[in-house]
Design a binder for this molecule. Structure first.
Ligand code: NAD
Ligand code: WQD
Length: 337
């Protein structure tokens, strides 16, 4: 049987992608060391798709262990999620991020090379754009100086893949630049379940709503935006998952070039205060928040031009900020009950 290897597959985006892959007839296997996820996620996946997914609890930096996974399975493509993702932590511990995010990718590429596995989808991030001046950002928008070591690992990761694609004409890769993923699977069986306390807006909102936090802070309402708060492009995790399956299919259609890059947002900016309003509407309760100072390093506004992914992958978003808040809230309520 042909398998797709999903690194980081028990993590947030990886687990939702595994569900989508199976629903589309693929046979994923997972490599995840559970550094930021739990093996219980595998039960959730099983409940949704009614089949077991094998997980190898190994570190992708462990070349021998990764090699064994490639030897034991007929792997025909890889979706590479496994990485650390905390912007703040990366500022304080950049070496940890270089080793895992850059070293892990390097080891993965070497093992793929040794086994002639020539299909890769890479989790990149809108953070590669840094503080973009012209909005929406297109894939041609020049990459600015990264705002953090984490963002730099994504810029370097993309470049490593580009260089390897140039050296190996048989290799085909797609770099997906996610904007702000949020929300949970409609079944309410899997969702965001980071082992570290969340700092992203949507889980901070739901944790405040449920009372895990007494209140939350909106980081600045004095930006020159329509209501003074920052603008982001929030994409539902299941729409994001579906894009990976479409990207896998697109790899086989790539003839002229062997590397593509796509923005993955919904193409609409939502302010922090609008996101809070959406939460209040779907949950029927008012949120305890106050306005605070701007957060250091925050970009005022960023959202995606999505015309390329729509035209070339045939993808389009089916959910908006209300769907994100509804599913994220259901997930929070379930986990807290
Ligand atoms: P996540 O932390 O939930 O998932 C990552 C998974 O990788 C975790 O399960 C973790 O245990 C695993 N992992 C980390 N290092 C590993 C290693 N060396 N070996 C094996 N497993 C390892 O994060 P996520 O939100 O699902 O993000 C997935 C990818 O998408 C990451 O590469 C992240 O940088 C990228 N991304 C995330 C966001 C976001 O806001 N969530 C936005 C843009 C890009
Ligand atoms: C969104 C907005 C905050 C928390 C990060 C990474 C980026 C990418 C996506 C991985 C901002 C505001 C937040 C709070 C708030 N991840 N906010 N109060 O900063 O756009 O991007 O996640 O690749 O690399 O940097 O996401 O969810 O932290 O913030 O007011 O308690 O919500 O100021 O405007 P961000 P976020």
């Amino acid at each position: 049987m042909q398998h797709i290897l999903v690194t980081g597959g028990t993590g947030y985006i990886g687990s939702h992608t595994v569900v989508d892959l199976i629903s589309q007839g693929y046979h994923p296997i997972i490599v995840d060391n559970q550094s930021n996820s739990s093996l219980n996620v595998l039960d959730g996946i099983k409940q949704i798709v009614d089949s077991e997914v094998i997980n190898y609890s190994i570190d992708i930096c462990d070349r021998e262990a990764l090699t064994q996974v490639f030897e034991e399975n007929n792997i025909v493509g890889v979706i590479h999620f496994a990485a650390y993702k905390s912007v703040n932590e990366s500022v304080n511990e950049p070496l940890k991020y270089f080793r895992n995010n850059i070293g892990g990718l390097n080891t993965l590429l070497e093992v793929m090379d040794a086994h002639k596995v020539n299909r890769l989808i890479f989790s990149s991030s809108c953070s590669v754009y840094g503080n973009a001046e012209i909005l929406p950002v297109t894939e041609q928008t020049p990459l600015a100086e990264a705002e953090s070591p984490y963002g730099r690992t994504k810029q370097i990761g993309e470049k490593m893949i580009q260089d390897y694609c140039q050296a190996n004409g048989n290799f085909k890769a797609i770099n997906l630049r996610y904007f702000n993923p949020a929300g949970a699977h409609d079944s309410n069986v899997i969702g965001e379940l980071s082992l570290n306390p969340p700092t992203n807006l949507v889980p901070v909102i739901t944790e405040t709503g449920i009372g895990k936090r007494s209140d939350m802070t909106v980081f600045g309402d004095d930006y020159p935006t329509r209501d003074g708060s920052c603008i982001r492009d929030y994409i539902h995790v299941m729409d994001l998952a579906a894009a990976h399956t479409l990207a896998l299919k697109a790899l086989d259609r790539m003839i002229e070039n062997n590397l593509s890059v796509y923005n993955l947002g919904i193409g609409e900016g939502v302010t922090v205060l609008e996101a809070i309003k959406a939460f209040e509407q779907v949950s029927g309760q008012s949120l305890n928040y106050q306005i605070g100072p701007r957060r250091e390093g925050d970009v005022m506004s960023i959202y995606a031009d999505t015309s390329r992914v729509i035209a070339e992958l045939g993808w389009s978003p089916t959910r908006d900020i209300n769907d994100i808040m509804r599913t994220a809230w259901n997930w929070e309520v379930k986990r807290s009950s």
